[in-house]
Design a binder for this molecule. Structure first.
Ligand code: SF4
Length: 293
């Protein structure tokens, strides 16, 4: 049995940087609040909590004072900064620079067009309720319309201009499908409205799909390691399963049953891969257990 960890799997630059900030703060002070899970991986959160990180929610943020609060890579709406400042909390801003830039582009678009007639529609292609999307919508005073699927294009008003942006982790094909549907609806409505499509998908995620597919096709069995709360893990696992049906989802080495261990040991090539929220150490633990260490 040859066991290979996919060299492209693991934390993206944005998550790595937020975790480094947390570790460096914790080294100095031993205590830090983080608004929401720093990463959608329960085991990495647990590791950081053991170093002193405390995960809080929005209700907690309203009650704590004079504390240091880390904002994770997903970013936050302007209201979060305002609430933190009201309570004299210090923000450690771990927002990924790619997300920050997207927030600025949406805010610029909103401010440039908010007084236009007819009133424009800023559309965000993303998952409703996802932290990044909440942060993006906040740039528009919560007026942006969220569309989760290209099929929802018909919900838009085809008498008003459309400015389309995307959550960084959506798929490029899906965004293109949505843009196409909007264009068709504009034609169907015989409308003359402006449509601006901003491809704001993070390439570190978009490119990962093809890299992962290539990797999993070369394996007899694939162990995909990810957190159950991670939407990126769910999407990437789906792609892997499609490219290699012998792909199994694990949250960590403890999920390796005797039966699965035996199946892997009977295979020639076992590949281990994961999402942008999967720490390398978790994939290494799976590899070590497979190798009997
Ligand atoms: S996926 Fe891209 S945009 Fe999102 S945190 Fe990672 S590097 Fe940043």
């Amino acid at each position: 049995m040859q066991v290979t960890i996919d060299s492209k799997s693991g934390f993206c630059a944005g998550v790595t940087s937020a975790i480094r900030r947390a570790e460096s703060e914790l080294q100095q002070t031993g205590q830090l609040y983080c608004l929401g899970d720093i990463v959608h991986n329960g085991q990495e959160v647990k590791r950081l909590e053991q170093l002193g990180l405390e995960t809080i929610d929005y209700d907690d943020l309203r009650t704590i004072h004079h504390a240091r609060v880390l904002l994770r890579a997903h970013g936050e709406p302007p209201s979060t900064y305002w609430i933190a400042r009201q309570n004299s909390n210090t923000i450690i801003d771990g927002t990924c620079p790619v997300v920050k830039r997207l927030q600025e582009r949406i805010a610029d678009c909103y401010n440039a067009h908010k007084h236009d007639t007819p009133q424009p529609q800023i559309v965000i292609f993303g998952k409703r309720g996802h932290a990044e999307v909440i942060g993006l919508q906040g740039q528009t005073n919560d007026t942006a319309i969220i569309l989760e699927h290209p099929e929802e294009a018909q919900q838009l008003d085809y008498t008003r201009p459309i400015y389309l942006f995307s959550q960084t982790t959506k798929s490029v094909e899906e965004l293109n499908r949505l843009a196409e549907r909007i264009r068709s609806q504009i034609i169907n409505h015989k409308s003359q409205i402006a449509l601006e499509v901003h491809d704001t998908i993070c390439r570190s995620v978009a490119n990962r799909v093809e890299q992962l597919k290539t990797f999993v096709r070369e394996q007899d069995i694939v162990l995909f390691v990810g957190g159950t709360k991670s939407s990126n893990a769910a999407v990437l696992f789906g792609h892997c399963k499609e490219a290699n049906p012998n792909t199994i989802f694990l949250t960590g080495a403890d999920d390796l049953t005797d039966e699965l261990l035996q199946a892997c040991r009977n295979a020639d090539k076992v590949g281990i891969c994961g999402a942008t929220s999967t720490p390398l150490w978790l994939m290494e633990q799976v590899r070590d257990k497979l190798n009997g260490n």
